[in-house]
Design a protein around this ligand. Structure first.
Ligand code: GRF
Length: 201
């Protein structure tokens, strides 16, 4: 059984979708640990509610350079994680963690990468950018995480049409529902080895 560690900063609805997917049997895996940089995140509350160990690890708890990266890596290894899933995690993972889980860190992004990704492209800003660009479609992307924001290989994408009267908020809500579905399907496919994660050389 695949062991998944999840990192999340906020509300935690993608974490919830993954936990529900595991509990309901759609994903043959177990969420074994949740890490958040935000002690008051919905994600940590949801982990606690589900009986999953949760850790608050941040620049506040680990201020020295490299210390936070080492702590995150240690917690993931201590819980024997095979896969690391970012779910609305607002920080970049450090080299120790990425090096310990090569090709084994996935993320969900609320747009069709490579459009509307990169540094500073998160939350409502992504949907504002989609509307400003007058794109006909937005969507969700599940991709591998590398040292560069939102640039790792794409594992799965699903389109969401942009409607004429969309606001950033209405678009965000429709994309979020698709994120949940796509993330669960993709992680389930990884757990079944239908998606083989590449090991970078
Ligand atoms: C999602 O849109 C996710 O794609 C993005 O941040 C949002 C997090 O939502 N990276 P939640 O915390 O999973 O509810």
């Amino acid at each position: 059984m695949l062991h998944i560690g999840v990192l999340a900063s906020g509300r935690g609805s993608n974490l919830q979708a993954l936990m529900d997917g595991c509990a309901g049997g759609r994903i043959r895996a177990r969420i074994v640990v949740v890490i958040s940089n935000n002690s008051r995140s919905g994600a940590l509350a949801r982990a606690s509610q589900a009986g999953v160990p949760g850790y608050h690890l941040s620049d506040h708890t680990h201020p020295a350079p490299g210390e936070l990266d080492a702590a995150i890596c240690h917690v993931l290894q201590e819980h024997a994680c095979d896969l690391v899933a970012l779910a609305g995690y607002m920080k970049q993972l450090g080299p120790a963690t990425l090096g310990a889980f090569p090709g084994r860190v996935v993320n969900v992004h609320p747009a069709l990468l490579p459009r509307h990704g990169g540094l500073g492209m998160y939350g409502i800003r992504v949907h504002e950018a989609v509307l400003a660009a007058k794109d006909a479609y937005s969507g969700a992307t599940v991709h591998l995480v590398t040292g560069e924001y939102d640039q790792g290989p794409v594992l799965a994408q699903r389109r969401v049409p942009v409607l004429p009267d969309d606001t950033p908020e209405t678009l965000a809500a429709r994309v979020l529902a698709v994120e949940h579905e796509l993330y669960v399907e993709t992680v389930a496919a990884i757990a079944r080895s239908e998606i083989a994660l590449p090991i970078p050389s």
